[in-house]
Design a protein around this ligand. Structure first.
Ligand SMILES: [Zn+2]
Length: 321
């Protein structure tokens, strides 16, 4: 069984799943020190409205990949989930583009204060026991690499994610940057740790139109995160559609998941900018725009079903210990 914010769900009952989304993208320091930047009651109400809208489009499960470093706030998410008929899965991990958090630089095996790796212990606890006192268990692991590449800090987090995966079997989702080959480097690292890449989703590779790169990543077993529909600043919508159409024609429907990586509220993307410049960057757009546009371009109902339902069930159920 797969843990959600409100209980558990069987893989066969996950249904249509958005594999890389966020309810909130926050900064925990800002929430703590400038609470007016995150008016909780207003945000809970907004999230309930948006997520009910997501459900109304035909989505059953929403994977929230906010982790530490992006202000994961499970008590608030739990309140929202209790009001929405949607299975919401949460993640554990640490989001960084360069440094690991200082406590993880100083504490751990071979570090200034020698001992067990604190990040690994936290991730395993989140998966096995639950997050703080919420009783909510994390369903997946997440790590990131971006424009700075595979820095020491990025590797510190990846090592903890790999160790937690080997202990728990929870699938790994990444944030990568198609501009600098970090998706392949993430695969190299996880492969070097003996991890089956079929349980690793390489995120944000839908930002490229480079079919050869996508095939290289998929041919090693990983699933491709075609997961930023509507984020025009990285790649226009039409080109994202085109790339998925081409990959389906090449037989890769079983190696792609469709999502938006958007959020109900983000401290990084002003509401006004999203409203005016990114109208399709919305989790409701997968079923209302992306799927109809793919069908119109000749992608089959069966391929849509594979990308929206089958792949999610396979990845989220695989290897769980
Ligand atoms: Zn994301």
């Amino acid at each position: 069984m797969i843990p959600t914010l409100t209980g558990t769900v069987a893989a066969a009952e996950l249904g249509r799943t958005l594999m890389h989304e966020h309810v909130f993208v926050l900064n925990a320091e800002l929430v703590l020190n400038y609470p007016e930047l995150f008016p909780v009651e207003e945000m809970v109400a907004r999230a309930v409205t948006v997520l009910e809208g997501v459900k109304a489009t035909g989505i059953d499960t929403f994977v929230d990949l906010s982790v530490m470093g992006t202000g994961r706030n499970v008590p608030v998410l739990k309140r929202i989930a209790e009001q929405v008929d949607l299975s919401i899965l949460v993640a554990t991990g640490w989001y960084t583009y360069h440094e690991a958090p200082v406590f993880a630089q100083l504490n751990g095996p071979g570090r200034l204060f020698d001992g067990p790796d604190p990040l690994t212990e936290m991730f395993v606890r989140d998966i096995r026991v639950g997050i703080s006192d919420t009783g909510v268990r994390a369903a997946v692991l997440k790590c990131s690499a971006d424009r700075y590449g595979m820095t020491e800090g990025v590797r510190t987090v990846m090592q903890a994610v790999a160790d937690a995966h080997l202990e728990t079997g929870a699938p790994i989702f990444t944030h990568s940057d198609t501009g600098n080959g970090t998706g392949l480097a993430q695969q190299d690292y996880f492969e070097s740790r003996g991890i089956d890449l079929s349980g690793v989703v390489i995120g944000h590779v839908g930002d490229t139109t480079d079919i050869d790169l996508l095939r290289r990543i998929a041919d090693r077993g990983s699933v491709l995160g075609m997961d930023r529909f509507g984020l025009e600043s990285r790649l226009p919508y039409a080109q994202r559609i085109d790339t998925v159409v081409r990959m389906c024609a090449l037989g890769y429907a079983d190696r792609m998941v469709l999502s938006t990586d958007s959020s109900v509220f983000s401290m990084n993307f002003p509401d006004e900018h999203r409203r005016t410049d990114l109208p399709l960057w919305d989790a409701r757009a997968i079923m209302s725009s992306v799927v109809p546009d793919l069908l119109a371009r000749g992608v089959s109902e069966a391929e849509i079903e594979t990308m929206m339902t089958g792949n999610a069930a396979r990845i989220l159920a695989a290897g769980r210990k």
